[in-house]
Design a protein around this ligand. Structure first.
Ligand SMILES: [Cu+2]
Length: 149
């Protein structure tokens, strides 16, 4: 009983109790000051027996967050906005350079001086998932070089 009451005091607690998505390696790409948008990456695992579809996300450092997919047209790399991200039942979706990613649009003036970024995702049933991402200058840059060893 005590636990139940303590729980409802915290926003997001109830949906987290049923959370079947787990998020790992959440990273926001650190860019030099002056940029208005940047990309973020995260690996999302689904432990449920059904697909889970994310419909919306927001971040603590930007006005909005879009879901994007990187496509190659011959040598040209180009990004396309997608409405939703579906994480397959008992599977995972890896958001990574060159594939699906998040685009953080209209960054705050001080975004690059934060240590961490709070991301929040909402699925189509309006469950919310809170994720802490690290800000990191990622190796590789925009051209997505692959290093072969
Ligand atoms: Cu993008």
């Amino acid at each position: 009983m005590v636990k139940f009451f303590a729980c409802i005091l915290f926003f997001g607690c109830i949906s987290n109790a049923f959370a079947q998505l787990s998020f790992s390696n959440a990273t926001v790409r650190l860019l030099p000051p002056g940029q208005k948008q940047t990309a973020a990456y995260v690996t999302i695992s689904n432990s449920a027996n059904q697909d889970i579809t994310l419909a919306f996300a927001n971040s603590s450092i930007s006005q909005s967050v879009e879901f994007h997919q990187t496509m190659m047209h011959g040598e040209m790399m180009h990004m396309m906005q997608v409405e939703q991200l579906t994480i397959p039942a008992n599977g995972k979706l890896e958001l990574k350079p060159g594939g699906y990613h998040l685009m953080l649009i209209n960054l705050s003036d001080t975004w690059f001086s934060q240590n961490t970024v709070q991301l929040e995702f909402f699925d189509v049933k309006n469950n919310s998932y809170k994720v802490t991402a690290n800000l990191s200058k990622m190796a590789g840059g925009k051209h997505n070089h692959h290093h072969h060893h």
